[in-house]
Each structure stands twice: as structure tokens, then as C-alpha cells.
Design a protein around this ligand. Structure first.
Ligand code: ZN
Ligand code: ZN
Length: 127
């Protein structure tokens, strides 16, 4: 069927010959909150929050003497770093209870803790 030439405009999109077009069905799922196609930005943000929450829950399960990095107990034979003063990540635990394994897997946590510790605890101690 040929319609009035010239009255219709066609949008042309360049694509490689092998391109498979994804045709959205008339009803498709978008995020109820931000109306983006999944996975939307705020879902990604939520999984980051989930990771942070899981990390906090891990921290809260740790007993005094557990490594603040991996949560495993530190035995006498293991090398570790002890941060004197209040426990910044678990303020409910007694002073001098912040310990992190010296092993490579826990080192990022030790460095992270050290940064917080150096800015909060160390200046007041070096008077
Ligand atoms: Zn969303
Ligand atoms: Zn550890």
C-alpha cells in the first residue's frame, strides 16, 4: 500500500546488518520508583547499601579479639595489629579491643581502620 509520498517522515537509524533489534512489548517492566528500565540506578545503589549493611552485621557479630577485617578470632600464633584506644568500629567493645590480622587478606581493613584511628585517636594521645 502506497501512501501520499512526501507527507510521511521516516527516522533512519544506522545499525550493523547483524544487529538484532530489541522490540519492547507494549507493556514492559520499569522500576516503580524511578521509571527506569531495570537494572536502574537506584537498584544499583541499593545493592551497595545491602553490601554496607551486610558489612555492619558482620562487624556486630564479632567478639572482642576477633579480627575487625575478616571476623575470625586471632590466635596467639597469628600476627596482628592492635590499635590502642577506643574501638572505633565497635564502640560497645572495651578499649584496646581493635585488632586486625597482619595477613594480606585483612590488610585493607587494617589500613582503613588506621586512617580513622589516626585522625581520631592518635592526635589526642600524642599530646
Ligand atoms: Zn529504580
Ligand atoms: Zn582477619
Amino acid at each position: 500500500m502506497v501512501r501520499d509520498h512526501g507527507t510521511e517522515t521516516f527516522e533512519r537509524v544506522l545499525a550493523s546488518p547483524g544487529h538484532v533489534w530489541q522490540v519492547m512489548p507494549e507493556h514492559y517492566a520499569v522500576c516503580r520508583r524511578c521509571a527506569e528500565l531495570p537494572p536502574c540506578a537506584h537498584e544499583t545503589r541499593e545493592s551497595e547499601i545491602d553490601a554496607e549493611t551486610a558489612r555492619l552485621e558482620d562487624l556486630l557479630r564479632m567478639a572482642p579479639g576477633d579480627c575487625l577485617g575478616c571476623g575470625q578470632p586471632i590466635t596467639d600464633r597469628m600476627r596482628y595489629t592492635r590499635f590502642p584506644g577506643p574501638n572505633l568500629w565497635r564502640p560497645d567493645l572495651p578499649d584496646d579491643s581493635a585488632v586486625v590480622h597482619a595477613r594480606a587478606a585483612c590488610r585493607p581493613w587494617a589500613q582503613k581502620y588506621h586512617r580513622a584511628w589516626a585522625s581520631i585517636v592518635a592526635p589526642t594521645r600524642s599530646r
